[in-house]
Design a protein around this ligand. Structure first.
Ligand SMILES: Cc1cc2ncn([C@H]3O[C@H](COP(=O)(O)O)[C@@H](O)[C@H]3O)c2cc1C
Ligand SMILES: O=C(O)c1cccnc1
Length: 347
């Protein structure tokens, strides 16, 4: 079999010495050992990524990758496919949930159209359209491998431009009606777990709808036979353009030592694909919240990640990831500003 030319991402390992330094400092702060829980873990992991005990993460951004899904003709979403384009307009006007949160928590927002059916994306949206929506994966591959690679590159290009612009903490989000179906299919293939445990209501399907969604995913996997050892093949056949772009963003961000905060089911499915391509990516990723979509818990388990927030959210857009930004700020602030026991005159 002819191997497709595979890009090497060269992901550097994190700085474990700096992690140890940060851990030592956190353990000397005026609190019982470990009492700041997951915030302490954030400080330590960020130190390993940034190479500083007190990481500077003030410049933040959320990248929203948008695309349409051919599989929507199978009736797998509670909302019509046109909502993808409408929400891209909403993002560009700054009026979606993720915009409001990003505004509140001082995060930049980039909206990238990697494959919507809009003839022309609205003002302010980055146009990187690979194709106008995927093909229906229940009948054949969602896209070609070449197209998946182009989508990967679109994501990678944003990560690299953000590194150049001095961003220090990033989040990924997505918009694409039908994409909980694609994400669950990718998750089923990569984890080997049964489809029925990986599906949920998405935007609000009823029981009958969820059953149909499961059938469509099972059929898509049978028709396409994606190779779980080849994550790009999985993204090509049963993924989506925005999933591939998010994976590319994570690969390039990790290569450039930029931390990436994940959102819910869809971003985490893309994350598992990226980590299976390059295992070191895992060290640069952070879970934010626990989505109400059942498959999300299994994906987090496969990545050995624990979310910071449990708020019953099931929105997407990167909303849960941006909501976690203040926790990152809080973690770094405690490390930087709290007194040590020595300063208190205690051993
Ligand atoms: C108004 C609206 C805003 C959204 N923002 C994110 N999503 C979310 O819902 C979609 C996935 O669910 P499903 O697979 O069931 O279609 C994605 O586009 C996702 O980001 C939205 C969905 C709707 C309807
Ligand atoms: O968990 C998610 O990311 C999610 C769940 C439902 C709809 N959109 C996104």
């Amino acid at each position: 079999m002819q191997q497709h030319q595979r890009k090497q991402w060269r992901i550097p390992p994190v700085d474990t010495q700096m992690e140890e330094k940060a851990r030592k400092h956190v353990d000397q702060l005026t609190k019982p050992t470990g009492a700041l829980g997951d915030l302490e873990e954030l400080v330590v992991r960020l130190a390993g990524i940034t190479g500083q005990v007190f990481s500077d993460i003030s410049k933040k951004g959320v990248a929203i990758f948008c695309a349409d899904h051919g599989v929507t003709v199978e009736g797998v979403s509670a909302y019509p496919a046109e909502v993808t384009g409408l929400m891209i307009g909403n993002f560009s006007r700054g009026k979606a949930a993720v915009n409001v949160l990003a505004q509140r928590f001082q995060s930049e927002v980039a909206v990238v159209d990697v494959g919507s059916r809009l003839p022309k994306p609205p003002e302010g949206v980055l146009e990187r359209k690979v194709r106008s929506g995927t093909a229906n994966m229940a009948q054949g591959p969602a896209m070609t491998r070449q197209e998946a690679e182009e989508a990967l590159q679109a994501g990678a290009d944003l990560a690299s431009s953000w590194k150049g612009a001095g961003l220090q903490l990033t989040a990924v989000g997505e918009m694409g009606i039908g994409n909980t179906t694609s994400a669950s299919a990718v998750a089923a293939c990569l984890t080997g777990k049964p489809v029925r445990r990986l599906i949920g209501r998405g935007t609000g399907l009823d029981e009958e709808g969820v059953r149909r969604k499961g059938e469509v995913i099972t059929r898509s996997l049978q028709v396409n036979r994606p190779d779980p050892r080849d994550p790009l093949d999985v993204l090509t056949k049963v993924g989506g353009l925005e999933l591939a772009a998010m994976a590319g963003f994570m690969l390039e961000a990790s290569h450039l030592r930029l931390p990436v905060v994940l959102d819910g089911l869809i971003t985490t499915a893309a994350a598992l694909a990226a980590v299976r391509m390059e295992p070191r990516v895992r060290s640069y990723l952070f879970a934010s919240h626990q989505s109400a979509e059942p498959g999300h818990a299994l994906l987090l388990e496969a990545l050995d990640m624990r979310p910071l927030i449990s708020a019953g959210m099931r929105l997407g857009e990167g909303s849960g990831a941006v909501l976690a930004f203040p926790l990152f700020d809080a973690a770094v602030a405690t490390a930087r500003e709290m007194a040590t026991f020595a300063e208190l005159g205690m051993e």
